[in-house]
Design a protein around this ligand. Structure first.
Ligand code: ZN
Length: 433
């Protein structure tokens, strides 16, 4: 590449194009291009075509040397002169340019990688490239949908996690809208997200999956939602159902919190304040006893003596500990003994919240104990929920569920990203340490 044209083409990096001129402003680089083929055959009959005017189309490309780049393509039209040929005229096209949006394919693919894989806000990409929000989102859809729909993405799932997430928080117009995440617990990827959290929503999704795919699912882990249990019924009956330990333990914690708040209100007539004895020990009470050190335990017992006249909070604390005990046991037989003790203890407790905890434990006894035989838990799902939150933050509130689903799956769905280009050779530092 000795001449200036050759240099410009090498920098442009679009095979089949030549550079006609470059202008630069403070805000962007404008590159005039045309296709280099001057001799073109008709796609219908192969007869040499005749030039038939030009139209100018503009595309946004990746930034060139730190500035947004605009490609101005002087696009030719061709005409077939063969009278019997059904093709009359056509205009040039190139695999490097999207037919659907204003971005070159490489810029579109980069939008998809940044917004999808890296969970960057669409507005940021739009500002960087100098295009509007819809252009970037169109590119994310154009490049991202095939990656998400790729049948090789999900593959065989032996342990399936079903977990609730929020899609939109409540506003004055609607209550909180929920979504359900389906997770491959082994690969730790979200395989799908569905709108809603009802039995019907889950059932409809399962009904769409191929029989053979459902057949290889061995374990299903869910939180303690009756809706998910009902949604699974009759569909994945061969799989072992596991109640997720995290949610079971949280149930005990919530019961304790409820009782503490109620007793606080009944004894002092107001919500917890900094100096109230029960409020001061609220975190200590949620800590597992095995992690409570001597002085902490003393402080907690003192708080209970001061703020819990009828030992209701103490009862809830014991119930919470009895739930945790189930997971301290490794042996399934020990775990069974411990959960029966917990259920029995809750049933004897006159505090209504504790009684209700016991009934829930009893309803989910089998699923809770299945954790000890399968080792399955939604632990990975909870990690993925953090990634989903990251996508939600980047989206600043989604209006479209389809976009929400697409971006979650691009970020955490185990997508096979196409290789961009060979990795750049590293430039060595001039003063080695
Ligand atoms: Zn022709």
């Amino acid at each position: 590449m000795a001449d200036a044209t050759g240099v410009a083409e090498a920098m442009l990096g679009l095979p089949g194009f030549r550079v006609l001129g470059v202008e630069e402003t403070a805000a962007e680089v404008v590159i005039q291009i045309e296709m280099s083929a001057d001799l073109v055959g008709c796609p219908g009959c192969g007869v040499v075509a005749r030039a038939h005017g030009r139209t100018v189309v503009e595309y946004r490309d990746l930034a060139a040397f730190g500035r947004p780049a605009r490609l101005v393509w002087d696009k030719r039209r061709w005409r077939c002169e063969e009278p019997l040929c059904p093709v009359s005229t056509w205009s040039e096209s190139s695999a490097s340019f999207s037919a659907r949006c204003l971005l070159t394919n490489r810029a579109g693919a980069e939008c998809c990688r940044q917004v999808g894989r890296n969970a960057r806000p669409v507005t940021q990409m739009a500002a960087e490239l100098g295009v509007c929000w819809d252009t970037v989102m169109d590119a994310v859809r154009e490049h991202g949908e095939p990656l998400v729909d790729d049948p090789g993405r999900v593959g065989e799932v032996r342990a399936l996690g079903v977990d609730e997430t929020t899609f939109l928080s409540a506003t004055k117009d609607h209550a909180t809208l929920f979504a359900t995440g389906l997770v491959d617990l082994r690969r730790r990827v979200v395989i799908d997200v569905i709108e809603g959290n009802s039995a019907t929503d889950l059932g409809r999704w399962l009904d769409r999956q191929p029989e053979a795919w459902l057949g290889q699912v061995r374990v299903v882990a869910t939180d303690l939602a009756e809706s998910y249990r009902a949604g699974l019924d009759g569909r994945l009956d061969h799989a072992i159902r596991v109640a997720d330990p995290f949610h079971v333990v949280r149930l005990g914690n919530r019961c304790l919190d409820q009782v503490r708040r109620r007793v606080q209100n009944q004894t002092l007539g107001h919500r917890g304040r900094k100096r109230d004895p029960l409020y001061r020990i609220r975190k200590l009470m949620l800590t597992g006893t095995e992690r409570l050190e001597g002085p902490g335990l003393e402080r907690m017992l003192l708080g209970l003596r001061l703020g819990d006249p009828d030992n209701e909070v103490l009862g809830a604390w014991l119930a919470k500990e009895s739930v945790r005990d189930v997971y301290l046991a490794d042996d399934p037989a020990d775990a069974a003994l411990l959960i029966d003790k917990a259920i029995e203890g809750c049933a004897l407790d006159p505090v209504p919240e504790v009684g209700s905890l016991g009934r829930t434990l009893s309803r989910w006894r089998t699923e809770i104990l299945n954790h000890h035989t399968t080792g399955a838990s939604n632990g990975p799902t909870e990690g993925l929920n953090l990634l989903i939150k990251k996508v939600k933050r980047a989206g600043h509130g989604f209006r479209s569920f389809a976009n929400y689903r697409l971006r979650i799956l691009l970020h955490t769905g185990g997508v096979n990203w196409p290789a961009q280009r060979p990795p750049a050779p590293r430039i060595r530092t001039r003063s080695p340490r």
